[in-house]
Write a protein that binds this ligand. Structure first.
Ligand SMILES: [Zn+2]
Length: 259
């Protein structure tokens, strides 16, 4: 089935950066052909905004709940309880974002790994996909996924910047897609070479709004309406019609998140 619309599989359009203009940002996204978005959680402090946004824009915005690795601190167990109680309400399409981030701080690296492992298990138990944030942490993430391979975990490696070879290892550890965003449009981005080799069936689109704004708008606040700029770049890299990029990546996202 052909679908000529897009899905932004990773946007923080509910955040304070859009305060006072949420409706306008949604209208702009819809006008650009973005029919649905996935909004990942970070921690309990910003979850209220996320839920308000998704309630107001139901059918367009689909929430995920998870403890982000950069929010893992001394309170991580309490925060995990919060995530679990949210997930138990049944209104979430994914567990995320979760993962390991050794770039910002290594202070709670051990706890980050434990929180990641526990949330992966929770997702498998609930049959939900995961949204993985990996920054300077490919090795520990692959190690943990390897130890849980029997759980048949599915999900997306958000803001993927790894090599094609690493993507093959990841595919072997579970049913994973790769989130491609604005970075692919940056000059000399190595992910552009990876995208040429990746099967389109393994790619989903994302903005990671308000961050990682695609060229030529780099430097400005990112938003979901910029998804076509990413699709255009992938279309030229893969020598494929933009309609095919839209339809295959949308189908990938709808299947993965069951939306
Ligand atoms: Zn994010």
């Amino acid at each position: 089935m052909e679908c000529n619309y897009y899905i932004d599989t990773h946007t923080h359009i509910y955040g304070q950066e859009f305060s006072g203009e949420y409706d306008l940002a949604v209208e702009r996204a819809k006008a650009a052909g973005v029919k649905k978005v996935i909004t990942p959680g970070i921690d309990s402090s910003c979850h209220g905004l996320l839920l308000d946004f998704c309630e107001k824009h139901s059918g367009f915005a689909f929430p995920a709940a998870g403890l982000h690795p950069t929010s893992v601190n001394g309170d991580w167990e309490k925060e995990l309880d919060f995530v679990y109680s949210e997930l138990s309400t049944g209104k979430y399409v994914a567990v995320g974002e979760i993962g390991i981030d050794a770039y910002w701080s290594k202070e709670y690296l051990g706890q980050q790994k434990e929180a990641f492992r526990l949330q992966l298990q929770k997702a498998a138990e609930m049959g939900l996909p995961v949204i993985i944030h990996a920054r300077e942490a490919t090795e520990p993430i692959l190690q943990i996924l390897k130890s849980l391979k029997h759980l048949a975990i599915k999900g997306v490696f958000h803001a993927y910047t790894g090599s094609y070879e690493t993507s093959r290892i990841i595919k072997d550890l579970g049913d994973f897609k790769f989130g491609i965003g604005g970075v692919v449009t940056f000059k000399n981005a190595s992910i552009a070479e990876t995208v040429k080799k990746l099967d389109l069936k393994d790619i989903v689109l994302e903005t990671d709004s308000p961050y990682l704004t695609p060229v030529p708008l780099r430097g400005k606040r990112n938003e979901s309406s910029y998804i076509p700029l990413i699709a255009e770049k992938i279309s030229s890299l893969k020598n494929a019609e933009i309609g095919e990029i839209a339809s295959v990546t949308t189908e990938n996202a709808e299947k993965l998140f069951n939306i």
